[in-house]
Structures are given as C-alpha cells and as structure tokens.
Design a protein around this ligand. Structure first.
Ligand code: TRP
Ligand code: SF4
Length: 402
C-alpha cells in the first residue's frame, strides 16, 4: 500500500518554546503514526536571515533536535535530518532556479512582509529572495504529498505546486517515454496491467472520469512499482508525459495560535515565551509576573477574564471546571490573580516534567542524538538521490555518473 509522504522543516532559531510544542510538534507527533514522515532542521533557511551570525546554528540544530525527541518525535517512525547534510536540496534549488520567473518570487507575501518588518538586517539578498524556492526544493526532492505548515506558509506550498507543474510541463516528456510506460505496465502483472490499459482507454477515448479515478486508485495500491514507474503511469494515464515532480498539498496546523506571556502569539521576537525546558523556578516566576486585566488594581477590584492573558493560557492548559472557577472568582473579585495563576503554573510544570526528563537522557549522551541525526541524513539522502537522478536526466545532465 502506498502511504502518503509528509515533509516539514523548522528553522533552528534557538531553543524551542511551548508555542512550538502546541503549534507544531504535537501535530507532527500525530502525523508520524499515520504517514511516512521526514522532519528536518532548515539550517540553510536560518542563514537567509542570520547570515551575519552563523556561529550558533550548529548548537541550535542540536538543541532543537533534542527538543523534538524530548517531545515525542520518534526516530523509529520519522526520519530526522539536517537540510545542509543533504546537498541534493541545493542542487535541486539551483536547477529549479533556471525555470523560476523572478516575478513569482518577488510577489510572495512573506518576502515583502519580512523586508518591511525586519529592519535591523539587510534582506535585499539573492538568498532571501530565493527562500521559497529553497523550500520548494526541500519538498519536491522527496516527492512529498503533504506538508504540514502554519497559515503564513500556505503561499509557499502553492508556489511549490506551480514550480512542479512548470517543471513537469517543460521536462516531462522524457526520451522513450512510451516504451518505459509500457514496460512499467508489464511490471504490474497481467491482470492489473490489462485493467490499467482498459481504464486508460476508457478515459482517453470517452473522457470517463470514473475510469480515471479507478486507474489512479489501482496505481496507488500497486505495491511492486518504483516511485518513478508509478509517476510515469500517472502521467501516461492522462496522456501527458511522466510526472517527474509531484505536486504537494499543505496540511494546515489547526491550533497554531498559542498565546504568549503578554497575550500576543507566543514568539521569540516578542520576548513573550516560555522555553520547553525552562527550569521550574523561572517558569513560576514568569507566570507570576504575567500582566493581568489592568482593572484589577486591588484584590477586591473585579476583572474580566476575556481580556486577560492569563485566562488565554488557561484555555490551553486547564479544564472547564477551572475556567468556571476563574470566571466566577475574577468577576466577583473573590480570588486574587496569584490564586488564579497557580493552577496554570502547576499545569505547565506538569507538562514540562516528562519533556525535561527525556531531554536529559539525550543531553547526557550526545552521541545518541548524533547517531539519530546521522542515520536520518543517510535515509533522506538516499531518497533525494532518486529524484535528483531523474531531474538531471531530463535536464540533459546525465553524464552516466551519480
Ligand atoms: N519556511 C518554513 C518556516 O519558516 C520552514 C521550512 C523550510 C519548511 N523548508 C520547509 C517547512 C519545507 C515545510 C517544508 O516555518
Ligand atoms: Fe486574569 Fe485571573 Fe487576575 Fe482575572 S483573576 S485578571 S483572569 S489573572
């Protein structure tokens, strides 16, 4: 059975915080049980904005991987790797750059937004403009079907699809395509192969879309086809050439808006975070000092939980019964803000405890993490090589070596 492939990356920008856990990692942990997942540290992407301070990248990657593992990303289910250790991403990025219209990149909303928002760095660089193309290469090199991202990244995935389409349109007609397709049909076996051909004829001669669907399902279930042959047969079905790069879809992360200490979205750039492995006394201190409804100047002034950052965090961490207790206590001024914060402190510490413990095991044995990363890089690389071989070939670069 063909399982959808999921690829996602995260920039190693320092130690992760609770927003990463609730917004991204919990989702990845679910995905690793259902799909064939690859997760990587996007260290080249980090350089597009931090090119002046590369010093911390390596340690950031290591700490980030420890955070992933500590949260429950399981290296026997998902492949964990580092982008720059799979140089095929860079080769694909370069080759795709040949066919990427400048206007497509200049029009990306993230490009304009970030140039306006990040004033302390010069982002008029070639690398920064190419950020979405590098991201496209990250996804296309694995022929991924699904990419879990936050809503700000959806335009990047749409762009990735456009690039894949343009590429297939330009290069999809490989030499000897018909013969290769027929050979692939033979590999399906007599019965299935015949069925495929009948369905293909029905679709091509009568425009029967049910037949198209049935043929697609047949290919999806077929176990003994290589990825290359499967894509060839998908292409052959519709009369086009081989689909060399497949078009991915974004998988929107639902709960991506984790509130920070000040009520705004938790983000390093706002300085309103709690680190995943922050020590208990510091967490307690940060929550105790959180701003509350300013109307509650004195203990007996009533307040409104609806506008209080503490209450926002209660939504993530505590039960309905606690929410009711807060609502009543706050509006009637029968509890103080420190009372209100205590169950929140307890819940955050409880969540962090197993994460901190698991991280400690990896911190005590750095070779373990290095081994996991290095295995992941090998696996990712062998997949990337399959794609880059096809890409080189159709772009006229097959010199007989790889
Ligand atoms: N741009 C993504 C972010 O900022 C990180 C990223 C890089 C990525 N390459 C990717 C995400 C490929 C998904 C797939 O969050
Ligand atoms: Fe906020 Fe709780 Fe204080 Fe009300 S009692 S203002 S919800 S911290």
């Amino acid at each position: 059975m063909f399982v959808d492939r999921v690829v996602s990356g995260m920039r190693p920008t320092g130690s992760l915080h609770l927003g990463h856990y609730h917004g991204v990692l919990k989702n990845w942990i679910n995905l690793q049980d259902q799909y064939d997942c690859l997760f990587f540290a996007a260290d080249w992407h980090a350089l597009t904005t931090h090119y002046e301070t590369p010093g911390d990248i390596q340690d950031n990657v290591l700490q980030m991987m420890i955070d992933w593992l500590a949260c429950g990303i399981n290296p026997s289910k998902a492949v964990l790797f580092v982008q720059s250790r799979v140089p095929e991403h860079a080769e694909l990025h370069l080759l795709l750059s040949m066919i990427t219209p400048l206007g497509w990149l200049e029009r990306m909303p993230t490009y304009k937004d970030q140039q306006e928002n990040i004033r302390d760095k010069d982002l008029s660089t070639y690398g920064f403009l190419g950020y979405p193309l590098l991201q496209a290469a990250d996804v296309l090199i694995y022929r991924a079907n699904l990419v879990p991202v936050g809503d700000d990244q959806v335009p990047h995935i749409e762009f990735t699809r456009e690039i894949a389409r343009r590429f297939n349109h330009l290069y999809g007609r490989e030499q000897g395509f018909e013969e290769r397709a027929r050979e692939a049909i033979r590999k399906m076996g007599n019965k299935k192969g015949k069925l495929y051909e009948q369905l293909r004829n029905r679709y091509q001669e009568q425009g029967d879309t049910d037949a198209l669907e049935a043929a697609r399902a047949l290919l999806t279930e077929q176990q003994n086809l290589s990825i290359g042959d499967r894509e060839r047969l998908f292409g052959y079905l519709e009369g086009g050439g081989k689909m060399i790069l497949s078009e991915p879809h974004s998988l929107l992360t639902s709960e991506s808006r984790m509130p920070g200490l000040d009520g705004r979205k938790m983000s390093k750039s706002y300085g309103n975070t709690i680190a995943l492995r922050e020590d208990a006394s510091s967490v307690t201190d940060k929550i105790r000092r959180m701003p509350t409804d300013p109307a509650r100047v004195h203990r007996n002034d009533p307040g409104s939980p609806e506008i209080c950052p503490v209450f926002f965090l209660h939504q993530v961490y505590t039960q309905e019964t606690v929410h009711n207790w807060v609502r009543k206590g706050c509006t009637e001024a029968s509890i103080g803000c420190l009372d209100c914060k205590q169950p929140l402190i307890d819940a955050v510490l409880k969540e962090q405890e197993p994460i901190r413990d698991r991280a400690q095991a990896y911190l005590d044995d750095p070779l373990l993490v290095r081994g996991i990363i290095s295995d992941g890089c090998d696996k990712a690389r062998s997949l990337a090589i399959e794609t880059i071989r096809d890409v080189r070939e159709v772009m006229g670069l097959n010199y007989g070596a790889t």
